[in-house]
Design a protein around this ligand. Structure first.
Ligand code: SAM
Ligand code: SF4
Length: 337
């Protein structure tokens, strides 16, 4: 297939937002079954519908040539894909040139074997999801996961020199009592912590309304104990960060439901099937896989402009009595969190 010629073009959507951040879901599969993310029994995509390493790498090249400066690899669980090390190396070649950052979101279960290789390929920061420090609770939330593997992965990440941010989905009645202990634990290990509101994506066989915990309440609770100072920096994602009095750890909040963050959204997402979604909260998408397989990269180029025109002003997530259990049928693992 043809190589992508470098260009200095940049991508701007219909509302003037500059789009320079691409999240790529490299697989819909996962070795865990977190209750808020997946159903216990999932039907995964057949292999021929999932982009090959070569296809993902070519599309990444194309987006980088069009102005993407930051790529996050996610899933599903990205590290269950056997060719991940090659993919990371391949995309990592752009670092220091037309790509500023390559990052990864992982559940950490296979991080011990991958951490050093990720660092060698140029990855410097990773997000690791961890919703509880209790082995029993972790096993409950993930439907059978072993926390010791994540802990080994986190040790390996630290040894390899990767900066770690812990992602914790705040769940009422499940882990809300662990939020402060988790913040202290992160601080003691040199990690940052981002709290996430549960989003109504995909049928999980459970009612999220029962466990929805507005982060405005959590922030209030923490504020009564520690002073929080808003930090100006953003990391290209939707989180807003705070310095915590007396701690080195930064605390982030991702609040799609209580505080809409769309006005400065710079992101687009590619699913493992090669569909480009301009918003996690909308069904509109453009199918790049069909174009790539039928017409090569030339057929894909014009689709980028079509995708940019699709970017909506805002998502439309709601949760509660008036909202359906899953606002969108897609699971987060398909579009990539
Ligand atoms: N498997 C990897 C992991 O767990 O980090 C990467 C994919 S996962 C879909 C990415 C992030 O999305 C995780 O931090 C996870 O907790 C979060 N997530 C999944 N489903 C969610 C939901 N319905 N609402 C909010 N966050 C969700
Ligand atoms: Fe797997 Fe991540 Fe979803 Fe948990 S949140 S089921 S680890 S994809």
């Amino acid at each position: 297939m043809a190589m992508v010629a470098p260009s200095r073009a940049s991508m701007t959507d219909g509302l003037g937002r500059r789009i320079d951040y691409l999240r790529i879901s490299v697989t819909d599969r996962c070795d865990l079954r977190c209750r808020y993310c997946m159903a216990e029994r999932m039907t995964f995509l057949p292999k021929n519908q999932v982009l090959t390493l070569e296809e993902i790498a070519l599309l990444a090249d194309l987006f980088i040539a069009r102005g993407v400066r930051k790529i996050r690899l996610t899933g599903g669980e990205p590290l269950v894909r056997r060719d991940m090390p090659d993919l990371v190396r391949r995309i990592g070649r752009h670092l220091g040139g037309s790509l500023d950052e390559l990052t990864l979101t992982t559940n950490g279960t296979r991080l011990a074997e991958h951490a050093a290789r990720l660092h060698d390929a140029g990855v410097r920061r990773i997000n690791v999801s961890l919703d509880s420090l209790s082995p029993a609770r972790f096993a409950h939330i993930t439907r059978g996961g072993e926390i010791s593997r994540v802990m080994q992965g986190l040790d390996a990440a630290r040894e390899a020199g990767l900066a770690v941010k812990i992602n914790m989905v705040a769940l009422k009645g499940v882990n809300e009592d662990e939020i402060l202990p988790m913040l202290h634990w992160c601080d003691s290990r040199g990690f940052d912590l981002t709290l996430i509101e549960t989003m109504p994506l995909g049928d999980t066989g459970e009612d999220r309304t029962d466990h929805y915990l507005p982060l405005t309440h959590v922030m209030e609770h923490i504020r009564q104990r520690r002073r929080l100072t808003a930090l100006p920096e953003r990391t290209g994602g939707p989180a807003r960060y705070y310095a915590v009095e007396g701690m080195g750890a930064r605390l982030g909040f991702i609040t799609p439901l209580t505080d809409n963050f769309c006005a400065d959204c710079n992101r687009m997402r590619m699913t493992c099937e090669g569909k480009i979604f301009m918003c996690l909260g909308h069904e509109d998408h453009v199918d790049f896989r069909a174009a790539l397989r039928e017409g090569g990269l030339e057929a894909v180029q014009p689709l980028i402009d079509r995708a940019l025109r699709l970017k909506p002003a805002r998502h439309d997530f709601r949760i509660g009595a008036a909202a359906p259990a899953a606002a969108l049928s897609r699971h987060m693992s398909v579009t990539g969190g």
